[in-house]
Design a protein around this ligand. Structure first.
Ligand SMILES: *Cc1c(COP(=O)(O)O)cnc(C)c1O
Length: 360
């Protein structure tokens, strides 16, 4: 079996250890005579996996007790709507920081529900930079401030989080569990699972109880955060396969040394790649502001679109897959999630050097 280096933005690479353990147990889960994904979600076996997944989330991210951890369906996209439906009540305003495509999608759902204020918009420089906290035009007594901490398409990332008066809510889909998080600044974090945690079909939501208590209760049951918090994310049938895979991913993270080791590896991989871009005498060019560069989704350009197409095609032949930039922006994008080994980046950088020598 030959595993390739998969740089796809999502669904994306998962830890080999997690895939192998799932494969081994897929047909007969620990002598039960059936698969975990065939079992009742009310049974003892599934319940222990479910509860352990939630407690591992708390342990790895050092989440304080006054936050609830929810595992819901609908991906991150449902959260674009659920957040304003719950918190953007009549007479209130929500602040949105527009840093790129994903932040804009969240804003658009917010607009459908209530009054929004664009606290900052990066359109002027084509969404290549993260704002300074002092440049945010925030509303007094806002219902919340929404940011996208890592723009998966544009390749920019908040390195620090602002300390805000209103609750800060962050879409962290493409960077969740890649660094420790400052819970003194974040009131809610949500993430689609398929970038850094598990297969698609799930969102991880971490929410301060004091925020949850402010949510509307006159909306359908599934759309109320309290429904899920009260039922430990077992109100209805949860996405059991995604939760099991997240469990295996978390065990892998724990086995290698937790968030500190994950962050160290992330920084190492990002440095290797950005050094290769910066050291290419302009052959490879990062279009984003240096201080806003994402350490998960790296984007860069070549001297022409023809060369970019050739780069993607040849890289694919070398087992470096998924490097095509998002169709809306073009160029190259390497999504370097937690499960990508350092050897993947070393191989990519080596390929970049050879490609430049041949086509420079
Ligand atoms: C992928 C992504 C989403 C959408 O996630 P779904 O789970 O497909 O709904 C939202 N926000 C960001 C930042 C993403 O990278």
């Amino acid at each position: 079996m030959a595993r390739i280096y998969n740089f796809s933005a999502g669904p994306s690479i998962l830890p080999l250890q997690a895939l192998e353990e799932a494969a081994e147990k897929m047909v007969d889960y620990e002598g039960s005579g059936m698969s975990l994904v065939e079992m009742s979600h009310r049974g003892k076996i599934y319940d222990s996996v479910h509860s352990e997944t939630i407690s591992l989330t708390r342990e790895l991210l050092n989440i304080p007790e006054d936050y609830d951890i929810l595992l819901l369906q609908g991906g991150a996209t449902l959260q674009f709507g659920m957040v304003p439906m719950s918190f953007l009540k009549e007479g209130m305003t929500a602040d949105y920081v527009v840093t790129g495509s994903w932040a804009k999608k969240a804003l658009n759902d917010g607009k459908l529900i209530g009054k929004v204020n664009v606290a900052w918009d990066g359109k002027e420089n084509n969404y290549t930079t993260i704002p300074d906290a002092k440049d945010l035009n925030l509303t007094k007594d806002a219902a919340y401030i929404h940011i996208c901490s890592n723009e998966t398409i544009g390749g920019i990332q908040w390195q620090d989080f602002p300390k805000t008066d209103a609750p800060l809510i962050a879409d962290m889909s493409s960077e969740i569990m890649s660094r420790p998080l400052p819970w003194d600044k974040l009131d809610m974090v949500y993430a689609g699972a398929q970038k850094n945690l598990a297969p698609s079909g799930m969102a991880l939501i971490i929410m301060k109880k004091s925020l949850l208590e402010k949510a509307r209760t006159d909306i359908p049951a599934y759309l109320q955060y309290a429904t899920h918090a009260e039922a430990n994310s077992l109100y209805n049938t949860p996405p059991t396969f995604s939760i099991w895979m997240a469990n295996l991913t978390f065990k892998w993270i724990k086995s290698i040394g937790g968030m500190a080791e994950i962050e160290k590896r992330r920084d190492e991989k990002a440095k290797l790649l950005y050094d290769a871009i910066d050291g290419s005498n302009g052959y490879y060019r990062s279009p984003v502001d240096a201080k806003s560069r994402s350490k998960m989704n790296m984007v860069w350009r070549l001297p022409s679109e023809d060369l970019e197409a050739a780069f993607i095609k040849e890289a694919d032949k070398e087992g470096l897959s998924g490097l095509k930039g998002h169709r809306s922006v073009g160029g190259i994008r390497a999504s370097v999630y937690n499960a990508m080994p350092k050897e993947g980046i070393v191989t990519l950088v080596d390929f970049m050097t050879k490609f430049m020598e041949k086509n420079g």
